[in-house]
Design a protein around this ligand. Sequence first.
Ligand code: 13P
Length: 250
Amino acid sequence: MRKKIVAGNWKMNTLPAEGVELAKGVVAGRKEVCECVNFIVCAPFTHLSMVAEALKGSDVELGAQNCAAEAKGAYTGEVSASMIAALGCKYVILGHSERRQYYGETSETLNRKMEQAYANGLTPIYCVGENLEEREAGNHFAVCKQQIEEVVFNLTEEQFKNLVIAYEPVWAIGTGKTATADQAQEIHAYIREVLASKFGAAADECPILYGGSCKPSNAQEIFAKADVDGGLIGGAALKAEDFLGIGKGF
Ligand code: 13P
């Protein structure tokens, strides 16, 4: 049985005190949702230690949204994987389309970030997904395949066992436009096939999350699909009730 995961990507939202309130809200309402759902909140770096404190004693786990490609040293403004691990993070989002698009992250950088994550005991949530132009040209399969081959295929079998994939079509992120459940299933199954071509049966254990305008009203239909193991949630993760409501979609 694959893990069911609902992960919140808060992006650059909330001030520290608001983040703590949000985390407390998630903890408070968590018991109304099946224990089988693993909730993760990925808060901004600045709030990680305060949010870690707010999550203490609950099973809601903490993640960061990025980490540096280097271990330490003269890299002004960067935050290392060891720093976020020391604050209690178990996960780190890597390769989000916003980082690829606005901060020029390439497979080369992402390979080094993945190494740092694993070296510090973190589980990467590795994001893939096509933009609108690529979808309209029918290139979405090729784009996701390449993003996986260039990064995930460099992992060892051991590392691959500790990986979460998030499929996030760029055209669905923050647009209110969701992939249909069938579109999600089609590409999730394809992604799993690509993973299996390298890692064999272990691909059956790898959670593949859907991300892009996921909300309580559409989660159930999407999560019902065989190869969709949960969601990576942006906007709707900023309200505890909506975030938890998505978890009820299982
Ligand atoms: P939205 O849920 O706001 O569309 O964002 C999805 C996302 O990018 C999560 O990483």
